[in-house]
Write a protein that binds this ligand. Structure first.
Ligand code: IPD
Length: 277
């Protein structure tokens, strides 16, 4: 049967590459920084410009499709995942990195139908790495197949996580408690690229065994989640249940063994859901 979403995926790859070029050029200019939910939740004109570029190009080709975009939601658009074909866009994943020229920044485009991610595209634009996955057809980086690490011993593993943008003292305490627990398993190390999408691509590439975070949003993880699962990894909620893209919580790992071991160490909490009215 013909792959009905392949044209959309090809379009996403082209859009992500063009967006990445805009992001790279903007790094040479002054970056005017604004804030959203708090003084550490940053946005720039480039985030907004890139999101509009992607949405416009998709609308011209697929006029009936829907969108969930980080900056459109920040501007008041709804963030509800329906069964309709939906593009889930983070124009710059790693905005804080971008502001500081810390060199890990990604354009992330996921595409869901019937609430299932059909393809994911993450362009790590400063590394020039195009990560792609199509459901049932594997995950790739610049066309080369990806495979998660086969390490099943967490004590021989590197784990990725982030501190996120909440500075609520209770949330920060829980994040540090989880971090301490994971570090003291002990694991070989804990890392964070400053972008959820790239952390997930590192899991898919076999460089780190797992990534977990509480506080991310659907646009940070939609594309990366498929890239991890198509590279042979597993996804779950931080309580060990199934991943819920709207819950703002994720464990993405090379194996169920490693994912469940991390779940045992996480001091879980539930930030307001992305689809909460
Ligand atoms: C953020 C990054 C960061 C993660 C935050 C995300 P943004 O996305 O992925 O690594 O810790 O939770 O919100 O704001 O740069 O698109």
């Amino acid at each position: 049967m013909a792959d009905v979403w392949q044209t959309a995926m090809d379009h996403a790859v082209g859009a992500a590459r063009r967006a990445g070029q805009v992001v790279r050029e903007a790094l040479q200019d002054d970056r005017k920084v604004m804030t959203k939910s708090s003084s550490v939740d940053l946005v720039t004109q480039t985030d907004q410009k890139v999101e509009q570029l992607i949405i416009q190009s998709v609308k011209e080709k697929f006029p009936t499709h829907r969108f969930i975009g980080e900056e459109s939601v920040a501007a008041g658009e709804s963030c509800v995942l329906t069964d309709a074909p939906t593009w889930i866009i983070d124009p710059i994943d790693g905005t804080t990195n971008f502001v500081h020229a810390f060199p890990f920044v990604a354009v992330s485009i996921g595409f869901s139908v019937n609430k299932q991610v059909e393809f994911g595209v993450v362009f790590s634009c400063l590394e020039d790495k195009m990560f792609t996955a199509r459901r049932g057809k594997g995950a790739f980086c610049n066309g080369e197949p990806l495979q998660v690490s086969d390490q099943e011993d967490i004590k021989q593993s590197i784990i990725a996580t982030e501190f996120g943008s909440s500075r609520d003292p209770d949330a920060v305490d829980r994040i540090f408690s989880s971090l301490r627990n994971v570090l003291c398993i002990p694991v070989h190390g804990v890392r964070g690229a400053g972008t959820a999408a790239i952390n997930m691509c590192l899991v898919a590439s076999g460089c780190v065994e797992a990534y977990y975070e509480i506080g991310i949003h659907v646009w940070d993880i939609a594309a990366g989640s498929l890239i991890v699962s198509e590279a042979g990894g597993v996804l779950m909620d931080v309580d060990g249940g199934p991943l819920d893209l709207m819950s703002r919580r994720i464990v993405a790992a090379n194996s169920r063994t490693i994912a469940e071991r991390i779940v045992r160490e996480i001091d879980a909490f539930g930030p307001p859901r992305d689809d909460e009215p």
